[in-house]
Write a protein that binds this ligand. Structure first.
Ligand SMILES: Nc1ncnc2c1ncn2[C@@H]1O[C@H](COP(=O)(O)OP(=O)(O)OP(=O)(O)O)[C@@H](O)[C@H]1O
Ligand SMILES: O=P(O)(O)OC[C@H]1O[C@H](OP(=O)(O)OP(=O)(O)O)[C@H](O)[C@@H]1O
Ligand SMILES: O=C(O)c1cccnc1
Ligand SMILES: [Mg+2]
Length: 495
């Protein structure tokens, strides 16, 4: 179910899921005879979203599905063949289209598992292989990974605020298109929500589907009692009544009255839902009414423009909410509309095959200057499994005996690594020479992994307000190499 999340959604081929410039560069590389020059790219982001301290990696299953099915159909080639340049001639000659017809993805791909807690500058995906191919997949990988990582992170924050309460994702109606809604439901589940109202996501990904009913259900009947009674008839053991259509606390009393009739027939009301007004006050009052009437197990569901900060505030106000229904703010990633993940060239095989040329993109800001090498991410952990610090290092160079992590933004900030410190390597082989060599976990396994990963982070990294920065250092020799490469590439200013 999880292994081909894209297939069938977009028929018949997704290989043109790219920016035109990837195809024009591919043509240029082919014309120059550079198509098979071995290259290494890293996909990473520069700052965690929502001014938070971490992100939850997501979208890899989509990326794998895309790469596995990368081939240009006759329709794709006909379309590319129809594109014209400024003077009206074909943009791409027939010989190049013939090349694309035979093209099969043959790169090595290493990636960090979905659900892993990740930080700025860490490659979530590393692609190594023929330059033309490794470049061609940039846009698809970014669009597939950026959005889901963003939403999984938002969901993890909402989970953090909700603690052990149930969280339902209700966002499809407000999502950025149906495809945004579908991948948002998947990523939200991965990041920690318990269920979705999105039935297509339930079918495609095996996410539990849950829900209540709308105000229109109440409005379609003469009065609330009639509406509740009718709903209970349809779902005698699975009813949650929406109580705020006319007057919330009156609605609660009517729900109690119908719940008594249900009980007399051997059924129990599952819950009530509050969707407006002061949710702290109303949930407390509703809890009192329900408890006094002998319904301590009827759950209180709340919805209405909720997000992690509001949940935190409602809890501080003593709200008695058991289940949080969250739509718009979760699936639109309020208030950060995009994760700024990038895909940068980091190494090119020397033309004479004598080793690597490591490449760098300079920027006015050091934070935006890329990191050269064929990178791996090593996570050091305490004996109890708490994440302590991550080290980026160049796998193409030998590691020194004594490892020192250097802050890429401030080389005076360093920490040495105890030789016996336990660690794991986060990037794992996914493709070798274009063949899938990795058994993808199920979505439920990735979700469980995310829960473990987030709990391995110190609360100071997880908090919403001014979180502590998790230490991600460059291995010292990589940092020195990068500094020297910056000096070599940057023109000397003269005064
Ligand atoms: N106790 C509370 N503390 C802080 N914010 C709250 C509290 N109770 C509700 N809210 C939030 O305040 C906002 C109220 O929004 P709004 O005024 O649109 O809703 P409403 O008038 O209650 O509902 P509606 O317009 O759907 O009938 C919502 O985002 C809601 O989640
Ligand atoms: O508020 P969200 O987090 O997006 O959660 C989903 C919302 O969708 C439904 O109503 P809808 O917003 O369609 O109408 P309403 O606000 O008028 O009830 C539901 O009652 C929630 O309010
Ligand atoms: O099931 C619900 O209560 C629901 C579903 C979608 C949007 N709002 C609420
Ligand atoms: Mg609403």
């Amino acid at each position: 179910m999880n292994s081909a999340p894209l297939s069938g959604l977009y028929a018949p081929s997704l290989s043109l899921l790219t920016d035109l410039y990837q195809v024009t560069m591919a043509y240029g590389y082919w014309q120059q005879g550079l198509q098979d020059r071995e290259a290494v790219f890293h996909l990473y982001f520069r700052r965690p979203p929502f001014q938070g301290g971490y992100a939850v990696a997501a979208g890899l299953a989509y990326a794998v599905d895309f790469l596995q099915n990368l081939r240009f159909s006759e329709d794709d080639l006909a379309y590319l063949g129809s594109l014209q340049g400024a003077k009206g001639g074909a943009m791409f000659p027939a010989e190049f289209l013939d090349y694309l017809r035979e093209l099969r993805f043959s790169c090595d791909v290493d990636a960090i598992a979905e659900g892993t807690a990740v930080f700025a500058n860490e490659p979530l995906i590393r692609v190594q292989g023929p330059l033309l191919q490794a470049q061609l997949v940039e846009t698809a990988l970014l669009t597939l990974v950026n959005f889901q990582t963003l939403i999984a992170t938002k969901a993890a924050r909402i989970r953090e605020a909700a603690g052990s309460d149930t969280v339902l994702e209700f966002g499809l109606r407000r999502a950025q298109g149906f495809d945004g809604g579908l991948s948002a439901s998947r990523a939200a589940y991965l990041g920690g929500v318990d269920a979705t109202s999105n039935v297509l996501a339930g079918q495609r990904f095996g996410i539990p589907v849950k829900g209540t009913h709308a105000h229109s259900w109440i409005m379609a009947f003469e009065n609330e009692e009639e509406a509740f009674t009718a709903y209970a008839k349809a779902f005698p053991d699975d009813s949650v009544f929406l109580v705020d259509t006319y007057d919330t606390l009156e609605g609660v009393r009517k729900a109690i009255s119908v719940a008594r009739q249900m009980r007399a027939r051997g059924h129990e009301l599952g819950g009530i839902r509050l969707d407006s007004g002061d949710l702290a006050y109303l949930s407390r009052e509703a809890r009192t009414l329900l408890n006094e009437a002998g319904f301590p197990d009827v759950r209180i569901v709340a919805s209405n423009d909720l997000e992690e900060n509001l949940i935190t505030s409602l809890k501080l106000q003593g709200a008695r909410i058991d289940t949080w229904g969250i739509g718009t703010q979760l699936v639109t990633a309020y208030d950060q509309p995009a994760l700024g993940g990038v895909y940068k060239l980091a190494a090119l095989r020397k033309p004479d095959d004598s080793g690597w040329d490591f490449t760098i993109k300079l920027s006015e800001q050091l934070a935006k200057t890329s990191i050269p090498g064929i990178l791996q991410v090593r996570r050091y952990e305490s004996e109890a499994g708490q994440a302590r610090a991550d080290m980026l290092y160049n796998t193409a160079e030998p590691l020194p005996e004594q490892l020192t992590l250097v802050d890429p933004l401030d080389a005076t900030r360093r920490r040495t690594v105890r030789p016996e410190a336990p660690y794991r390597e986060l990037l794992k082989p996914v493709f070798r020479r274009g063949k899938l060599v990795h058994q993808l976990p199920t979505l439920a396994e990735s979700r469980a992994h995310a829960q473990r990963e987030i709990s391995s982070l110190d609360p100071s990294i997880r908090r919403f307000l001014n979180p502590h920065t998790y230490p991600v250092g460059l291995e010292e020799s990589l940092n020195t190499f990068r500094t020297n490469l910056i000096l070599e590439k940057r023109p000397q200013q003269k005064t």
